[in-house]
Design a protein around this ligand. Structure first.
Ligand SMILES: Cc1cc2nc3c(=O)[nH]c(=O)nc-3n(C[C@H](O)[C@H](O)[C@H](O)COP(=O)(O)O)c2cc1C
Length: 463
């Protein structure tokens, strides 16, 4: 059963030996980042740090650092295999929408601070990696509404703390929240936003995974749960937020833009500094005995991968398998999003290339796509590189596609665009060499006889 809030989730983890409580005093820096990385490397237990120097608030790190716990967060047994996890996600597409219910009283409203009282520094938010520009909220559920419709979106985007009541906001320009923000900006208006933190464990997964444009992620979360999520209206903005969230920041996204970053990111490198809108926080609501829920991100695999690889792949498989049933499996090697492998039972020679481009056009794969045959395990980098070395001629089988949107590729020369490429590492199909010898169409020898007769008739003679 999917837990309703972070506290029930921690109980579930503890019962399954998936939680380690640390009672000794820890410092936000360097301890929390160091512990987060260690948990990711080991796929070790999630951590509940009960004693953070300078704070009376507990803090979690690493709760999403294993595929097992992703299964559990989606309400499955921790032994569930990749197919079962992807299947659970696929079923939610069929059941969508399970409309969320708006309630009046909610735990997330137990404490409320407004305006001058807002102080983001009161909550323990770590600087996860050494050269991060500031403290970052990472495991965010950023809630915005389309200025033109009722579409409410929830997305996971990093928010750098700048001031007691301000954060940066780095949603890629191709993300749904950015679409909402650009519409508002064109009208010269700020965009209302709420960031919820903590709560039921499947909502961060939904927040960080591709759900089709125009869909409401809360109604998708309800489809995963099999019953409606409970939401409550925020205090100062016209947005619904999860009733059992630990903490909710309410405010507006607006200009003038601020400098944001660098921040240690999923490719294993620090991002550039970007100009982003500022998120001005007008109110904070939070639960009694608040518990913060952070994650570690950096060179993979980290929580980014364990949490959203399989849901992202499941979304992609549905989109692509409908057109190309020959696809048998999609996998992410690290760094995810930039290193995708598609395995298939190909039936004609051009299929791998069609699939490679379709895959780059889908949400989820942004840079390198390698196509392999059924006898290669797409999750095994050794096997994938064996296929590349033995089934690929670089001058014919590597396809280069400049101008793809990735903001975080350290090798790109343009800040927001990268050069995507596809590798066809499949066995040649059929009896044909890659360049066949053409057989040209030639006229029959009788044609000249008929040409003469028809010409005569055209000149008025007897044919
Ligand atoms: C841990 C984690 C952190 C993420 N951080 C960001 C981020 O800072 N900016 C961004 O554009 N996408 C980020 N993403 C990816 C988006 O959350 C993902 O693409 C999601 O589908 C976006 O939501 P949307 O489809 O509603 O736009 C992150 C994903 C995860 C799992």
């Amino acid at each position: 059963m999917i837990a309703w809030d972070l506290r029930e989730w921690l109980d579930q983890l503890e019962k399954e030996n998936e939680l380690l409580r640390i009672k000794e005093e820890l410092n936000l820096e360097p301890d929390i980042g160091a512990i987060g990385k260690a948990v990711c490397d080991l796929q070790g237990p999630g951590i509940l740090a009960e004693n953070i120097a300078g704070y009376k608030i507990k803090l979690c790190i690493g709760l999403s650092a294993s595929f097992k716990r992703t299964a559990m967060a989606l309400g499955l047994a921790k032994e569930a295999n990749f197919g079962e996890i992807k299947g659970k996600w696929r079923n939610a597409f069929d059941k969508y929408p399970v409309k969320a219910r708006i309630v009046k009283d909610a735990p997330c409203k137990e404490n409320i601070v407004y305006g001058e009282e807002v102080n983001l520094f009161q909550y323990p938010v770590p600087r996860i990696n050494i050269n991060d520009a500031s403290f970052y909220l990472t495991k965010t559920m950023c809630i915005t509404k389309d200025p033109d419709s009722d579409w409410v979106n929830v997305g996971m985007y990093r928010a750098m703390i700048l001031d007691r009541n301000k954060t940066g906001f780095k949603a890629g320009y191709f993300q749904h929240a950015a679409t909402h923000y650009f519409k508002a900006r064109r009208r010269g208006q700020p965009l209302e936003m709420a960031i919820s933190y903590g709560g039921a464990p499947h909502i961060p997964i939904v927040s960080g995974s591709p759900i089709p444009q125009g869909w409401n992620e809360f109604d998708f979360a309800g489809a995963l749960r099999g019953e409606p999520e409970e939401l409550v209206m925020a205090e100062t903005v016209n947005l619904p937020v999860p009733a059992t969230a630990e903490l909710v920041l309410e405010g507006v996204l607006k200009e003038p833009a601020v400098f944001e970053g660098p921040f240690g990111e999923f490719p294993g490198s620090y991002s550039n500094t970007f100009m982003t809108p500022v998120f001005e926080v007008k109110a904070i609501t939070f639960r009694n005995d608040l518990i913060m829920d952070h994650l570690y991100i950096g060179r993979g695999r980290t929580e980014t991968d364990y949490m959203t690889d399989l849901p992202t792949i499941s979304s992609m498989e549905q989109e692509l398998k409908a057109r190309y049933p020959e696809i048998t499996e999609i996998a992410f090697l690290t760094p995810k999003w930039m290193n995708c492998v598609v395995q298939g039972k190909w039936t004609h020679q051009a299929q791998p290339v069609k699939v490679m481009t379709a895959c780059l056009a889908a949400r989820g794969a942004y840079k390198m796509v390698t196509i392999v045959d059924e006898d290669v395990d797409p999750w095994n980098a050794d096997e994938v590189f064996w296929a590349i070395s033995t089934r690929c001629q670089a001058d014919k089988d590597v396809y280069i596609l400049p101008g793809f949107p990735v903001g975080l590729d350290p090798s790109q020369s343009h800040e927001e665009l990268t050069c995507a490429f596809g590798i066809n590492a499949t066995k040649p199909l059929g009896p044909y060499p890659r360049h066949r010898v053409a057989q040209y169409v030639t006229p029959r020898k009788e044609t000249s006889y008929w040409k003469d007769r028809i010409k005569k008739s055209m000149q008025g003679g007897k044919a």
